[in-house]
Design a protein around this ligand. Structure first.
Ligand SMILES: Cc1cc2nc3c(=O)[nH]c(=O)nc-3n(C[C@H](O)[C@H](O)[C@H](O)COP(=O)(O)OP(=O)(O)OC[C@H]3O[C@@H](n4cnc5c(N)ncnc54)[C@H](O)[C@@H]3O)c2cc1C
Length: 277
């Protein structure tokens, strides 16, 4: 189901005596192909009749439990990630009731607590990649001559470099601001700033990497530089951990709420913050 709206989750977690029985199918489970991955944290519905945000629970599922099948590892733009992004089926999987994390119905609250730090971590790595792409672009254009002069002397390329530097620095400051807020007021209160960097960082990085690819010519789309793989990996971050549009919705709702205080429900959508990855 559409996981930009985690209220759509359909995986079933049913209590039977001292056990929970799990049935479901999920794709894009990052890391599941790693030999070090032994336990999945699974989110599913323990009570589809409960209030929207109290239907889901999280539970630990050892990957060697009968009924757990890793169906395939999905490529991203043809690249196979070493740790894998897997599709897994769970068929009558039984785990002890004590594997439940927290309380039944507490899945959304746990997701909220975890997703903030996960998202800012993605942004930090993304900014590192952008910085590397900018460096590769600068090295290349200083070295490469076309039409009798170094590429670095072309105004258009200087614009790419200047824009890259400005945008990376802006994104870094926004990331540091979100991190500071998380320390000061907590993940929940900082959620719109976390959403903001989750939109800004991948988009900035993709622009810088794209210009670096262009400046490298054919080499940029080959595997002789890391740029093509970087682009493929970071492009997924406009989807994973919540698509750009959902994060923009969270930010816009906060802005709008200030102008429609008496009508706050109009801006509330059930699934937004739950957007489970
Ligand atoms: C490489 C990769 C790794 C991933 N790793 C994990 C993982 O480890 N664990 C995990 O649980 N999930 C993981 N995911 C899943 C990821 O979180 C989802 O793909 C993502 O949340 C989007 O859900 P969806 O694919 O079902 O798209 P959908 O929910 O079908 O959304 C499709 C599109 O609809 C649009 N849209 C949705 N809502 C709105 C809105 N309110 N306003 C405007 N437009 C909207 C957006 O453009 C969105 O991209 C991964 C995905 C990828 C690609």
């Amino acid at each position: 189901m559409a996981s930009s709206d985690a209220t759509n989750i359909e995986c079933s977690i049913r209590r039977e005596g001292d056990e929970y029985v799990i049935n479901g199918r999920k794709w894009w489970i990052s890391g599941a192909a790693s030999h070090r991955c032994k336990v999945a944290i699974l989110m599913g519905k323990t009570n589809p009749e409960a209030a929207t945000h109290l239907q889901q629970s999280m539970i630990l599922v050892p990957l060697d439990t009968p009924g757990v099948t890793i169906e395939r590892a999905l490529p991203v733009f043809g690249y196979q990630d070493r740790e894998g992004h897997c599709e897994i089926t769970f068929t009558d999987v039984r785990v002890p009731a004590s594997n439940l994390l927290g309380q039944e119905g507490g899945g959304f609250a746990i997701a909220q607590a975890r997703l903030g730090p996960g998202r800012i971590h993605h942004c930090m790595r993304t900014l590192g990649a952008a910085e590397r792409a900018l460096e590769l672009m600068c090295r290349r254009v200083v070295d490469r001559t076309a039409f009798g002069k170094p590429l670095a002397s072309q105004g258009v390329i200087q614009t790419w470099i200047a824009d890259g530097r400005m945008e990376i620095d802006q994104a870094r400051l926004l990331t540091l601001y979100a991190a500071w807020l998380m320390d000061k007021v907590g993940n929940k209160a900082a959620r719109t700033e976390i959403s903001a960097i989750k939109v800004v960082a991948p988009n900035v990085a993709l622009r810088v990497i794209d210009h670096a690819i262009q400046a490298h010519g054919g080499a940029g789309v080959s595997d002789d530089t890391p740029l093509a793989a970087m682009y493929a990996g970071i492009r997924t971050l406009r989807l994973a951990d919540g698509p750009d549009e959902v994060h923009r919705m969270v930010i816009a709702r906060r802005e709008l709420r200030r102008f429609a205080e008496g009508d706050a429900d109009t801006w509330t959508s059930a699934g937004d913050l739950g957007s489970a990855r």
